[in-house]
Design a protein around this ligand. Sequence first.
Ligand SMILES: O=P(O)(O)OC[C@H]1O[C@H](OP(=O)(O)OP(=O)(O)O)[C@H](O)[C@@H]1O
Ligand SMILES: O=c1cc[nH]c(=O)[nH]1
Ligand SMILES: [Mg+2]
Length: 208
Amino acid sequence: MKVVEVKHPLIRHKVGLMREADISTKRFRELATEVGSLLTYEATADFETEKVTIDGWNGPIEVEKIKGKKVTVVPILRAGLGMMDGVLEHIPSAKISVVGIYRDEETLEPVPYFDKLVSNVEERVAIVVDPMLATGGSLIATIDLLKSRGCKSIKALILVAAPEGVKALEEAHPDIELYTASIDECLNENGYILPGLGDAGDKIFGTK
Ligand SMILES: O=P(O)(O)OC[C@H]1O[C@H](OP(=O)(O)OP(=O)(O)O)[C@H](O)[C@@H]1O
Ligand SMILES: O=c1cc[nH]c(=O)[nH]1
Ligand SMILES: [Mg+2]
């Protein structure tokens, strides 16, 4: 599996700010969008361009445009919604496929409760967004679903990942690409990432 831990100073700085215990909902949300945007920049670096001729101010000129890439952004509810605008900043015409999965607090197993994928998902690059990759269960279940509907090209953008989740993802789906702002130390006994961000969904939505 292609795993890219993006070590750009802007990303490291912003993720550091997100780790503050008393960060406000507003600030956490802003930073989730900003880091989502920076991860999108990295994750799209392999998109091919083609030359097209346009009318420039001084006559016809050749410019580059992205070659026939159709994208669907896949936020995993709820917390994934907090990164979605960061992707759409760069790919405003992307279609959105929503997947609702929560993690059972006792068993840590993913519990699917909603999905609405675009109809031609098999023709699209899926960019899955979720701030946290802990055990990996939620992301693996999302990719299982996308593949079962014919999706062949999948990139996951994650703010903070646990090594345990990266390993589980690699075993389940070695053909996908993972872009993350940080691979942290470990999971605690409750399945939370250390040092991590705490409960990203609660921080984005202001719930406790
Ligand atoms: O890798 P895993 O062990 O599956 O854990 C990660 C999942 O847990 C969080 O969602 P949560 O279940 O808290 O739902 P929420 O986004 O609705 O808060 C997070 O946003 C991931 O989706
Ligand atoms: O650390 C974690 C693990 C799962 N979900 C979160 O929001 N945070
Ligand atoms: Mg949550």
